[in-house]
Write a protein that binds this ligand. Structure first.
Ligand code: HEC
Length: 132
């Protein structure tokens, strides 16, 4: 093996390691979502709580056909990763008067849940092709 091949092999192994870790975290986040959140939520339908599709970057209280508390609806919060972390650790501290009586006390579990929810947020659609 010449030196270039050796370096390539090392960098491919490194890349593979990172990808594998990410996939693993998303899978663990998904399992937590299923056990902790799906009592009340689903990704693509409203249940007791609003659907979570495209959550990251969305205004709090903005799913049009879900009836929110006025506290959440009027909160002006945008669901960034940081805001979700604060919400999941203590919803009432972030938005007093909200109606989700659930706390995720483990920072690690919050991180995994958010990693999973990110994968359920579609990237911005491609710019329309320049047809008239
Ligand atoms: C016991 C039912 C219940 C459980 C369990 C629950 N939620 Fe909720 N969730 C709600 C309700 C109800 C609301 C709407 C609250 C309001 O209107 O004030 C909500 C709102 C939310 C919102 C705001 C969404 C938006 O459109 O603004 C997020 C984010 C959220 N939940 C995440 C989660 C996650 C992640 C979990 C799992 C750790 C979870 N919830 C578990 C009931 C629940």
């Amino acid at each position: 093996m010449n030196i270039a091949t050796a370096l390539l092999a090392v960098s491919l192994m490194g890349w593979h390691g990172v990808t594998h870790a990410d996939t693993d975290e998303v899978a663990r986040g998904q399992a937590l979502y299923q056990s902790h959140c799906m009592k009340c939520h689903a990704i693509s339908t409203n249940e007791v709580g609003p659907r979570h599709q495209n959550l990251i970057g969305r205004r709090a209280g903005s799913v049009p056909d879900f009836v929110y508390s006025s506290a959440l609806k009027n909160s002006q919060v945008v669901w960034t990763e940081d805001m979700l972390d604060r919400w999941l650790s203590n919803p009432e501290a972030l938005i007093p008067g909200q109606e989700m009586d659930v706390r995720v006390r483990s920072a690690e579990q919050r991180r995994l849940l958010i990693a999973y929810l990110k994968t359920q947020t579609a990237p911005a659609p491609p710019a329309p092709a320049g047809e008239h």
